[in-house]
Design a protein around this ligand. Structure first.
Ligand SMILES: Cc1cc2nc3c(=O)[nH]c(=O)nc-3n(C[C@H](O)[C@H](O)[C@H](O)COP(=O)(O)O)c2cc1C
Length: 230
């Protein structure tokens, strides 16, 4: 059993740390991949993958495809940019479109944990990742989110900038000190969420799961959502 963790933040900071915390709690073989520095563009809707479920766009996604096919489960993390899933993670997840054609089975029925990090909160990000997983008929067994440091903490102008996170969160005149620097190590409840999520994922995998049944469950939930939306 192998769990693949992916951090979709362009930085190797809180998202990467939180994904790794979930991985560590699975008790299974894991691999961690950061998308930082990788060139992964959005799906261009060329439908070049329709015959064989292999994306034809030439960039760094090609190398990751094999890892996604091989893994039994995923821990996918993204960052909150403008109250949305950050672009790099979005592009990466759009490219899972290659697995969808003609009931391609590469990821269908697998399990996932969704991880979100934001300067304020990452819940919107974890929800977005869950939605992507649902469309691929992957079950999100748990969602974890926490607070990371906005770039304003380290850009060099955070204390003066009137439109930055320091003024916004703490008010004008605030000094950037270790006390206000958001680090995951200061968020024990988030690390506990990560531990529980990783443990649950590990348990589900160790107990064995019928991928067809998992896919049917996700499909039923999606159907109910569509009905509700009218
Ligand atoms: C372009 C940009 C937009 C952002 N917008 C938001 C936002 O709308 N809400 C929020 O909570 N954090 C926002 N942030 C802060 C990030 O979510 C925060 O820095 C987080 O720690 C990023 O994850 P990382 O530490 O793994 O890189 C933004 C950051 C950037 C670079």
């Amino acid at each position: 059993m192998k769990v693949l963790g992916i951090s979709g933040s362009p930085r190797n900071e809180s998202t990467a740390q939180l994904v790794q915390a979930v991985l560590a709690a699975t008790g299974l073989e894991t691999e961690f991949v950061s998308l930082a520095g990788r060139n992964i563009g959005p799906c261009v809707a060329c439908v070049g993958c329709v015959k064989d479920n292999v994306c034809v766009v030439k960039d760094d996604m090609a190398e990751l495809r094999g890892k996604l096919v091989e893994a039994d489960a995923f821990v996918v993390g993204g960052a909150n940019y403008y109250s949305h899933l950050n672009g790099l993670t979005h592009s990466f997840l759009e490219r899972w479109y290659q697995f969808r054609h003609q009931e391609g089975g590469a990821v269908v029925g697998k399990l996932a944990v969704a991880v979100g990090v934001g300067g304020m909160s990452g819940d919107v990000v974890a929800d977005s990742i869950e939605t992507f997983m649902s469309y691929n008929l992957v079950e999100t067994v748990a969602k974890v989110w926490g607070q990371g440091a906005a770039c304003c903490f380290t850009c060099g102008h955070g204390e003066e900038c009137k439109v930055g996170a320091i003024h916004m969160f703490f008010g004008p005149g605030t000094k950037i000190t270790e006390d206000i620097f958001p680090r995951l190590s200061k968020q024990p409840e988030v690390l506990e969420q990560a531990r529980l999520a990783g443990h649950l994922l590990g348990e589900r995998l160790r107990n064995g799961h019928d991928r067809q049944k998992v896919a049917q469950g996700v499909m039923a939930k999606l159907g109910a959502r569509f009905k509700e939306a009218g």
